[in-house]
Design a protein around this ligand. Structure first.
Ligand SMILES: Cc1ncc(COP(=O)(O)O)c(C=O)c1O
Ligand SMILES: N[C@@H](CCOP(=O)(O)O)C(=O)O
Length: 463
């Protein structure tokens, strides 16, 4: 399997190379040159497999000859062995039509663990082969940060610098990052938004002064391996609810468009999916883009779902490339326009290509609270605000009543206790696996939201 950049200029890479490279050298994102296909019979044969084996089957065509089948299985067994639920991503039924897919049973209580536990092992595996090292620079609106830190803390050949927007993540999210004491972990709180942090990360990859000294790596969904691992749970959910013979719709709380893009990949691979519902909060650039073709970023509004307070949605580029004719030169030009103006129009091909599978809905703060209340009072389920946005969108979307609608439960409610308590009157307790989070000492540095301040800090500290 080879990977090509959405902007057409960077060299094509194999899986091991793409995992270590992160962002393409032309500023684009890597995607597989072609989508691997499973027949319906091949998908049906995966029914009943343990999650780690299912993961290996789904990942195998993407990994190609970068890992032997035995080695891939050893890694999936280790990655998913750390989850607190035997099913790894269990389904819970809410009513006749609605289900939630609980993706928060990993060590840091959000869906990011499903991919990052695997990515940490892949880094170790591929770096070990060449005795290389990696300086990871990541941006987080709250959940990627802790999941990535958990996955790489203590590794000898990996160092991680994680940027979060100061004051814009929950206390639990911040502490899950800043209380990890390992010499290779560096937390940075910047003045600004997640979008500012993500832009700095992408700029670092293109900064010759930095890359001359350090091999920069990515843990964000910039990194193809993240998305590959997220494809697996679409198969897992479908197989449990009658797939592949029966189609499902998925509602996905969306910010950076990685999770829902993984659903698009599952559909490209042959998994029958009726609809992918892109659920946004009031930071609704994706809702406007999918509805009206208007991809224009405003300022970010802080909400009760801070991990989705994103206006520049990195992986949308992958979708536009894939449904818009896979023309790297045209994509590069379109993205240059967006980078200059913070706005662009989708082409007709992009709009029509996306509309074939995607719909969207937007939840304001009232809708989010109401969805949390509905789930708790009517179904006895406590949801976090991000999942509640997904559930709101799932109930708004006009999906035929005989099609099950699965909302991705992207975080444990205990990560956002204030918002959950405001909506339901109950404060969710932290699961014991996060330990004495509020007793541990925090360590992070605060920096102004300028690229130079962040780059200089990384250059001074990186070994
Ligand atoms: C809890 C939670 N829900 C939803 C999202 C949005 O996911 P994505 O960025 O893949 O669209 C995020 C952040 O990525 C998140 O942390
Ligand atoms: N919501 C995310 C934002 C980063 O998204 P990623 O999927 O690109 O890592 C977070 O929690 O940090």
């Amino acid at each position: 399997m080879r990977y090509v950049s959405t902007r057409g200029e960077a060299p094509s890479l194999d899986f091991a190379e793409v995992t270590l490279a992160g962002l393409a050298s032309d500023g684009g994102l890597y995607v597989p040159e072609e989508w691997p296909q499973f027949s319906l019979d091949e998908i049906a044969a995966m029914r009943g497999l343990p999650y780690a084996e299912l993961a290996a089957r789904v990942m195998e065509p993407f990994v190609g000859d970068s890992l032997t089948p035995e080695r891939l299985r050893a890694l999936t067994a280790k990655a998913y062995g750390r989850f607190a639920h035997k099913a790894v991503t269990p389904l819970v039924q809410l009513d006749e039509q609605h289900w939630v897919l609980e993706l928060f049973h990993g060590p840091t209580l959000a869906f990011k663990d499903v991919a990052l536990q695997m990515l940490g092992l892949l880094f170790e595996e591929f770096l070990g082969r060449e005795e290389g090292s990696l300086t990871i620079v990541g941006a987080t609106s709250g959940d990627t940060g802790s999941a990535a830190i958990d996955a790489v803390a203590g590794l000898d050949n990996v160092e991680i610098f994680m940027l979060h927007p100061k004051g814009r993540v929950s206390d639990v999210q911040r502490r899950q990052m800043t209380t990890v004491r390992a010499p290779n972990v560096h937390n940075i709180a910047i003045d600004g938004s997640f979008d500012d942090a993500q832009a700095m990360v992408k700029r670092i990859f293109a900064d010759g002064d930095v890359t001359a000294k350090h091999r920069i790596g990515a843990v964000n969904s910039i990194n193809w391996a993240r998305l590959m691992a997220q494809v697996v749970y679409y198969f897992a959910a479908s197989l449990q609810l009658g797939g592949p013979e029966r189609k499902l719709a998925f509602s996905v709380p969306t910010g950076n468009f990685g999770d829902v893009f993984a659903g698009h990949v599952a559909a490209r691979m042959g998994l029958p999916i009726e609809r992918l519902i892109v659920a946004t909060n009031v930071n609704d650039i994706l809702h406007r883009a999918l509805g009206q073709g208007d991809y224009s970023a405003g300022t970010v509004t802080p909400t009760a779902a801070p991990s989705m307070d994103i206006q520049v949605s990195s992986n949308f580029e992958r979708l536009l490339f894939d449904v818009g004719g896979r023309n790297g030169a045209a994509m590069a030009e379109q993205m240059r326009g967006f980078e200059a103006d913070k706005a662009m129009r989708l082409t007709n091909a992009q709009r029509e290509g996306a509309a074939a599978l995607f719909t969207s809905a937007r939840a304001d703060e009232g809708d989010t609270s109401q969805a949390m209340r509905w789930a708790y009072e009517q179904c006895g389920e406590m949801l976090d605000p991000h999942t509640a946005i997904g559930l709101h969108a799932a109930r708004e979307a006009a999906i035929d009543s005989d099609v099950p609608v699965v909302t991705l439960a992207t975080a444990h409610p205990a990560k956002f206790p204030d918002a959950v308590e405001r909506a339901t009157g109950l404060r969710p307790p932290l699961p014991s696996r996060v330990g004495d989070l509020f007793a541990r000492e925090e360590s992070f540095i605060e920096l102004p939201g300028t690229y130079e301040a962040v780059r200089d800090h990384i250059m001074e500290r990186a070994s």
